[in-house]
Ligand binder design. Structure first.
Ligand SMILES: [Zn+2]
Length: 306
């Protein structure tokens, strides 16, 4: 088995304007970094389908899905918030990004791939059940996790190491005992919505600005690994944001490339223990193009080794 790599050209067409950090160049930087390290040829390539309405409505209210479809402009731009902008290309990108998670989940559950990385945008982890925000329209990883649950997986874990709190995923699975959500994030920081930890199901790991490798690794060992051990997921989803990197222009944490390799090893080791290695990871943030490419390559290399 191998690692599936899912993307779609539409994900690179969504462009919120010059100077916006969540730019199409991010996907090109990832592809270039994987190519330069000789990893691209070892991946199993798949084009992302569109998520269906029914798949989106497992995690979003019908009114939210209607709103995104209705707001999508045929020309010009529509502002969802100050930096979350719809263009004529956005809806297609958002549907493909969410659909990538559905397809990746099917590939891993059917045994066609051991694990998967979705190189997609727009990102998803800030999108709540009824709210688009923070560059996110649909919650891609939540769509994948809900698809796994619908497919018979009893318990899924969502691990979110983006520098921003995964408020959308926490909101969507609030009160759902089948889903463990672990989120590490700079605190206090956008989106300022982190709720208190509920033992066993919601694990929030706030990190002070300036936290580097040692502090980050100690926090993950203290918070996430025992939670995974107690929960024993049937599948692991990863909201893979790379904006906690020391070179990132938005985040204030100080991780380096090796931390992403280390964390991915912890994740694949947990997946090997509990769920035959089943991991589906999807891009969230990460805005320094060089650091993003290197960190994703480190992440994907470990997935390939798993
Ligand atoms: Zn982020």
């Amino acid at each position: 088995m191998s690692t599936a790599f899912l993307t779609h050209p539409a994900c690179a067409a969504h462009d919120m304007g010059p100077g916006h950090p969540e730019s199409p160049a991010r996907l090109a930087a990832i592809r270039d970094a994987l190519l330069a390290r000789g990893l691209l040829d070892f991946l199993q390539h798949h084009e992302a389908p569109r998520a269906t309405r029914a798949q989106l409505e497992r995690v979003h209210g019908a009114g939210h899905v209607d709103y995104i479809f209705a707001t999508a402009p045929s020309s010009g731009v529509e502002f969802i918030d100050g930096d979350t902008i719809m263009t004529p290309d956005t809806l297609e990108a958002a549907l493909r990004a969410a659909g990538a998670l559905v397809r990746a989940t099917d590939l891993v559950l059917s045994g066609q791939a051991r694990n998967a990385f979705c190189s997609v945008r727009p990102p998803g982890h800030h999108a709540e059940r009824n709210t688009a925000m923070g560059f996110c329209f649909f919650n891609n990883v939540a769509v994948g996790a809900a698809h796994a649950l619908a497919g018979g997986v009893a318990r899924v874990a969502v691990l979110d190491f983006d520098v921003h709190h995964g408020n959308g995923t926490e909101d969507i699975f609030s009160g759902d005992e089948r889903v463990l959500v672990c989120s590490s994030f700079q605190h206090p920081f956008y989106p300022y919505r982190a709720r208190d930890t509920v033992p066993g199901r919601r694990v929030n790991t706030p990190l002070a600005a300036g936290t580097g490798s040692a502090g980050f690794r100690a926090a993950i060992e203290r918070d996430w690994l025992p939670a995974l051990d107690a929960f024993r997921p049937g599948m692991i989803f990863v909201s893979a944001g790379f904006d906690a990197h020391r070179d990132d222009p938005l985040g204030g944490l100080r991780l380096d490339d090796a931390d992403y390799e280390w964390l991915t090893r912890q994740i694949t080791a947990a997946a090997a223990r509990y769920c035959e290695g089943r991991v589906v990871s999807a891009l969230e943030g990460g805005y320094d193009l060089h650091a993003l490419g290197r960190a994703v390559a480190a992440h994907v290399r470990v997935l390939l080794d798993a």
